[in-house]
Each structure stands twice: as structure tokens, then as C-alpha cells.
Design a protein around this ligand. Structure first.
Ligand SMILES: *Cc1c(COP(=O)(O)O)cnc(C)c1O
Length: 390
């Protein structure tokens, strides 16, 4: 049996080597602290679960859903976009589509728009799907390095003209995984102008739109006037509402973008279970106070990690959004060396920054998805092992 060549071109799974080591240590009886998982550990808020219980008992949810999402879901989405971002005049029939989590929609966007030889512009470090789905579609990923000195924003002036002219999609993700960086509306406007100049579909992966702290509210790229001419935005309930296993999100914006997604979707899957769409509508009517309660758990953990690392000499500031803290490795270590040291000396698992792209070298990522006590324990183990930023 021979696997397709396209699978050979996919880079090895980021966590493969880490998982192998972890299993070895667990077998030796080591108590592992896993700070690697971008998957909330808390349950979905109770009122969402309640709506799901009722929706399952309603037989009208049991047949195939509409591919693009129910009318009710798409209208709830346009209302939420207006309430949350002040983005008005989204047409629920042509400018919104439901997705089975955003990963599905992200992948399908490449199938809908990228042909052999086309470029995609993708962030480095970045969510690995942008690269692998470019390869699946036969395109060429061209990376935009996210550097600390640019506040982890891509430098558009560094993109060669010849590449820009052959580019179909430009991907951004703010608040950013893995760096925790933020983008301003002014920066979004620069991106919209750049993409209009080269006729590129601007794709904003907004997976962390609600995961923000200290009162910060991340903007939508669709707040830029006329962004809809060129941009689509990917939303997900996974992280913000502790719903990673439910698999629901949506895409909004440019009608041709949505039409492309719909055409792929009708041939690949059959939409999201209608009961889950009802639960998602309930999620979008979560009050600010309830959402704040979900976020305060992460904000507190962020403070434990950041203050703990600062006490060990680390020059870091608390990120204002996402589930992650992006941490520089001490001088003289590579990312891989330092991550191995944390595992061997402290039983702590974190992904090395270069696992998210070459420009992630020199960093590692901490996920805020384990209980407070375990975060305190992780810092204590580092301290006891004499690990400092020096
Ligand atoms: C988690 C994540 C996603 C995927 O989320 P879904 O569960 O598929 O909705 C997409 N983009 C980024 C940057 C993520 O971190």
C-alpha cells in the first residue's frame, strides 16, 4: 500500500518527539506537568449545556443541517458581530457560513482558492494548518517572520513584489497563537490596503477574539471600512467558551470567500449538527459578566506564570490575550535544548518555539490550561532545579 505523495510533504507532527519522551518518563513514574496543550481544561458554561440538552430532545434537530448553517444561527452571528464589534450590514445569506470548528474552514479556504504554483503568505511562527493546507492544495507557503522587535506583526515591506503578485491568500491571527501578540485596527487597515493592491484574500483567524484580559477587547478586521471587499474572518467557539470538542465556528465577510467555502463544503462534509448550532446561539448570548468569569481563570493563571518567571529573572510582560505565554529561552540555549532541559530536570512539557516555524527559534510556549496549583508547582520545580533566565 502506498500513501499519496502529498502526505510525504507534510512536516512531522510538532508533538511527536515530545510525546515519545513523555511516555518514557511516565513509564519511569515521573509526575509530568503538561504546559503544552491549547485545550481549555474547564467545562463549557452551564447555560450552553442546558440548551444542548433541550435541543437534542427536539427531533427537528436530527436530520441533515443546511450546509451553510441554519438561518437562525447565521442571523445570531450577524447580530453578535454587530453587538461585539459594531460591524453592521453583514448579509446572513451570503456573507456568513458555519464551520465544524475553524480548522475545517481554514483548510477548505486553501482548497477553494489556491492552485499549483500560487503563493500563500503565512505567519512564522504560526498555527501549523496554514502551511500544511497550502501544501495539500499544491501551493507554495511564503513565510512572514513575526519578530519581537516588530511586536510580532509581519513586516509587509519585506514581502517581495513578485511574491505578492502571485499570492492568493494572506493569513493573520490576532490575538496571536503562539506569541500572544495583539494587532491594532490601524495595522488591520494597512493589511486591507496591501491585499487590495495585490488582489489577495485577507484571512483573519480570530480564534482568540474573546480571550482577552485587563479589559482589552480585540478588534475585528471587518471594522476597517470596506474590509469586506477583500477579507474574511474565522471565528470559533472552541477556546472562548471552553468548547473545543463541540466543533463549531463560523466565517464572515467577503461573499466570494464565503461562496468558495460553501462550494467546497457541500462536497466534503454535511454541516454542523443543528443541536450544536442552537447551543452556539446560546453561547453568543452569554453576558459580558459570565464571559468575564471564564476569562478570569486564565488571567489569574497568566499572572502566576508571568510573576513566577519574573522572579526567576525572566524579562517578560503579561500578555493581554490568548491562552499562551510566549517566553524567550535563556541566552546560549536553543529552543530544543531548553525544552529538553525542562522535561529532564523538572518533568515539565512545553513546545519549542521553532515547532511553530523557524522564526519561533529562541522561544517556548506555555499554555494556561492546567490548575493554578500545578502552575505554582512548575515554577517551584524550576526554582529548585536552579533554572533562571541568565
Ligand atoms: C485552536 C486554533 C484554531 C482551531 O480551532 P477550532 O477548534 O478548529 O475552532 C484555529 N486557529 C488558531 C490560531 C488556533 O489556536
Amino acid at each position: 500500500m502506498q500513501l499519496a505523495k502529498r502526505l510525504e510533504k507534510i512536516p512531522p507532527y510538532l508533538f511527536a518527539e515530545i510525546n515519545r519522551k513523555r511516555e518514557e518518563l511516565v513509564a519511569q513514574g515521573v509526575d509530568i506537568i503538561n504546559l503544552a496543550l491549547g485545550d481549555p481544561d474547564k467545562p463549557t458554561p452551564a447555560q450552553i449545556i442546558q440548551v444542548m440538552h433541550e435541543a437534542i430532545d427536539d427531533a427537528s434537530t436530527h436530520n441533515y443541517p443546511p450546509y451553510q448553517g441554519t438561518q437562525e444561527f447565521r442571523e445570531a452571528v450577524t447580530k453578535w458581530m454587530e453587538r461585539r464589534f459594531g460591524v453592521t450590514q453583514l448579509n446572513p445569506n451570503t456573507e456568513v457560513i458555519s464551520s465544524i470548528g475553524s480548522k475545517e474552514a481554514i483548510h477548505n479556504t486553501f482548497l477553494a482558492f489556491v492552485e499549483a504554483g500560487d503563493y500563500t503568505l503565512i505567519p512564522d511562527p504560526g498555527y501549523p494548518v496554514y502551511r500544511t493546507s497550502t501544501i495539500f492544495a499544491g501551493g507554495e507557503p511564503f513565510t512572514m517572520p513575526l519578530k519581537a522587535e516588530n511586536n510580532f506583526l509581519p513586516d509587509l515591506s519585506a514581502i517581495p513584489e513578485a511574491v505578492a503578485r502571485k499570492t492568493k491568500l494572506l493569513w493573520i491571527n490576532y490575538p496571536n497563537n503562539p506569541t500572544g501578540a495583539l494587532a491594532t485596527l490601524e495595522f488591520f487597515k494597512e493589511l486591507v490596503d496591501f491585499c487590495k493592491q495585490y488582489n489577495i484574500l485577507l484571512c483573519h483567524d480570530h480564534a482568540y477574539s474573546e480571550m482577552a484580559y485587563d479589559g482589552y477587547k480585540p478588534p475585528s478586521v471587518l471594522q476597517v471600512p470596506r474590509a469586506k471587499d477583500i477579507a474574511i474572518e474565522f471565528h470559533s467557539l472552541s477556546k472562548s467558551y471552553n468548547m473545543t470538542g463541540w466543533r463549531i465556528g463560523f466565517v464572515v465577510g467577503n461573499a466570494i470567500g464565503i461562496q468558495g467555502l460553501r462550494q467546497v463544503k457541500t462536497n466534503v462534509d454535511s454541516g454542523v449538527f443543528k443541536a450544536i448550532q442552537k447551543a452556539a446561539i446560546a453561547a453568543y448570548s452569554t453576558s459580558d459578566a459570565e464571559l468575564q468569569a471564564v476569562m478570569s481563570v486564565y488571567q489569574n493563571r497568566r499572572d502566576i506564570i508571568v510573576q513566577g518567571l519574573q522572579s526567576l529573572g525572566w524579562p517578560i510582560e503579561p500578555p493581554q490575550a490568548t491562552l499562551y505565554v510566549w517566553v524567550p529561552v535563556p541566552p546560549r540555549y536553543s529552543s530544543t535544548e531548553f525544552v529538553s532541559l525542562l522535561l529532564d530536570k523538572c518533568g515539565i512539557i512545553v513546545p519549542p518555539g521553532n515547532g511553530y516555524g523557524a522564526a519561533g527559534e529562541g522561544f517556548f510556549r506555555i499554555a494556561l490550561t492546567i490548575p493554578d496549583e500545578r502552575m505554582h508547582e512548575a515554577i517551584k520545580r524550576m526554582k529548585d532545579a536552579g533554572i533562571r533566565y541568565a
